[in-house]
Design a protein around this ligand. Sequence first.
Ligand SMILES: *Cc1c(COP(=O)(O)O)cnc(C)c1O
Length: 417
Amino acid sequence: MSEMSARRDLTTQEWQNAYSGAVMDTFGPPQRILVRGEGAYVWDADGKRYLDLLAGIAVNSLGHAHPTLTAAVSAQMGTLGHVSNFFGTPAQITLAERLLALAEAPSGSRVFFANSGTEANEAAFKMARRTGRPRIVALEGGFHGRTVGALALTHKPAYREPFEPLPGGVEHVPFGDTTALEEAFSPAAVSARGEVAALVVEPVQGEAGVRELPAGYLALARRLTDDAGALLVLDEVQTGVGRTGSWFAYQQPEIGGGVVPDVVTLAKGLGGGFPIGAVIAYGERAATLLGRGQHGTTFGGNPVAAAAALATIGVVERDRLLAHVRQVGETLRRAITTAGNPLVAGVRGRGLLLAVELTRPVAAQVATAALEAGFIVNPVAPDAVRLAPPLILTTDQALDAARFFAEVAVPEPPKEG
Ligand SMILES: *Cc1c(COP(=O)(O)O)cnc(C)c1O
């Protein structure tokens, strides 16, 4: 801390120079250097305030420096901060029970704890392998993480190709295409390529631009996986824990159509900003695929992370944030769409996982203009700006954000010739 306080007068520019001299360049230069946050706001090293409409990519469910979360993390760290998985802790066990209850998971269900989304999906990948079947089906546009198993599930060639060969047996079917999905499970596909171990899908694709699966898709996915004896794995790393207005996105009838999955993976919003991942295995078959000694982690299930998640879930419940997310999300959507900015084509998504659709591929310029105007947003696609604000976003803050989108303009490029 003293080392950092000695540098508290550094400007954003000075910090940016220091960053490029010390931090590996995998993300490009940081847009700003942020020094503190409170609620839905953060402040940069020059003292400028921003309304955080991204929440660390759908992570800071309770905003920044939430007193309940801060107290829970401090209390657990001051009591018992880490023990390894040779031991259990009340926080870890209570969180597992809490997640099973929120998931309305049947008896025999169990939880595995990890530290991130990619690790949760890595565990799901290993569960799929334990079925003894060779094929895993995932979706085009799907994003599941950057470790090699999760990367094999991820579709984007630019992420995959530098690291090939990746673990084999993964096939990608076009997003939302029910015929292609049926083909993947057809007798012809099975006799040519073998049985399907698992189908891995995001109920709403986050990194691909906030794209919701067409109605009925997950119900079909459940029918096909049931008939084939394959696992239905839902990656709710981004959509889980209240983000779309229900604990898990699949629990909304319009998305899930009443399906019960075999596996759900969680991470981003679960710890309210403290790193944690989780795998919920529904029912005894899924829950026993990984046996003793077949998977592990040093930090996973760490009591501080578990306490953070319990506090986050507790506040979502206490403050009725699921209903709040639906209501403020609708306010935000309506205010942006009704403003009539010719640059805005519409808003897609659900709850507080939204994308502002643009009429031109200028999302990067809009995000830069937002930053200048004091709003943090994310150009998730050339023509779409992602909004994933804290679940505690107020109506007034939503209307501030909408005002930015009502007024933002990006000059047309000069016509050729
Ligand atoms: C972010 C994300 C991941 C990866 O999570 P990390 O914590 O970055 O490893 C996996 N799946 C989905 C759907 C995500 O949005």
